[in-house]
Write a protein that binds this ligand. Structure first.
Ligand SMILES: O=C(O)/C=C(\CC(=O)C(=O)O)C(=O)O
Length: 289
């Protein structure tokens, strides 16, 4: 498989400065492959996106901290993610992908390495299987550690996932709003179903991220803003935000990360909302201890 590069080398400088302590709460690292090989089951083969590159981007964009989410190309070996967290000198925490049979000792080692959650990925193009029963078992095992679960799915399976989500005893964070069809607009069926989920489940949060993936219009992402600003205002204490650098699989519409940061001002329009989204909310999940 040819190696893919999905980020820009010189993103623009954002037009505003995020608040002190701001967290970019959805990023990944890839490799470096020579040290941390990719999974044999990986569905894509990215170029190295190293911790040093991530930290340079963090500083360039004006953020203080990162949450590094284990990407599917590294399977259940979290070594690359842990390496990046260790190099961050306390400025990164992480979300792991684990073998559901993992024991308590291994979970505690991940905790010591800065992991505060696990991710369940339901995208068929990224993973071969997503065993719900096993996922529920491991979710019960991580609950006493104070961790949460991150779930990645697309809008077409939201309805069938509800019993599964209801069996998870922790906070749940849904990646990229459960990937609704943004073209339906702010009152479309997909986003209405997602709001109904959040309204009836106070333990479910979401990342209001991914305009580059969700917006048919593209920059400056007016369609995304129209749908997402009401979400930030309706659930101000249950939203996180991230660039999604290095934008896995975005080979055609690779975003300028500076432009993504500028979208923030339009979805979180007061200082209070910005502080919750970028500082207070991620601190509750990732820096509570
Ligand atoms: O991280 C993301 O936002 C998106 C991904 C990749 C991914 O999740 C993974 O590899 O685990 C995607 O949609 O291809």
């Amino acid at each position: 498989m040819a190696r893919s590069k999905t980020w820009v080398d010189f993103p623009s400088k954002p037009k505003w400065t995020p608040p002190p302590g701001a967290v970019d709460a959805h990023v990944h690292v890839f490799g470096p492959e020579a040290e941390f090989p990719f999974s044999p089951l990986a569905k894509y083969h990215p170029e190295d996106a190293t911790p040093e590159m991530l930290f340079a981007l963090r500083d360039h964009l004006g953020f203080s901290r990162n949450v590094i989410v284990q990407a599917s190309c590294h399977g259940t070996d979290n070594a690359a993610t842990l390496n990046a967290i260790a190099k961050s000198t306390g400025r990164a925490r992480g979300v792991a992908v684990v073998d559901p049979d993992i024991g308590l000792d291994a979970l505690k080692r991940l905790h010591a390495g800065g992991i505060r959650g696990i991710r369940f990925n339901f995208l068929k193009r990224l993973v071969d299987n997503a065993p719900k029963d096993k996922f529920i078992e491991v979710a019960k095992r991580i609950a006493p550690l104070g961790w949460h679960v991150v779930v990645y799915f697309e809008a077409d399976i939201l309805e069938e996932l509800i019993p599964f989500l209801e069996a998870i005893p922790t906070t749940i964070v849904v990646d990229h709003l459960g990937r609704p069809d943004i073209a339906q607009g702010p009152n479309g069926a997909d986003i209405a179903a997602f709001k109904a989920l959040l309204d009836s489940h106070p333990n479910i949060w979401t990342k209001v991220s991914g305009p580059e993936r969700l917006s048919p219009m593209g920059p400056p992402f007016d369609d995304f803003v129209e749908v997402v600003r009401p979400i930030v205002e309706r659930y101000p204490d249950r939203v996180l935000w991230g660039t999604d650098w290095p934008h896995p699989n975005m080979e055609h519409r690779i975003p300028d990360d500076g432009t993504l940061v500028d979208v923030l001002l339009r979805i979180a329009v007061t200082e209070d909302l910005q502080h919750k989204l970028l500082v207070a909310n991620p601190e509750r999940l990732y820096w509570a201890d």
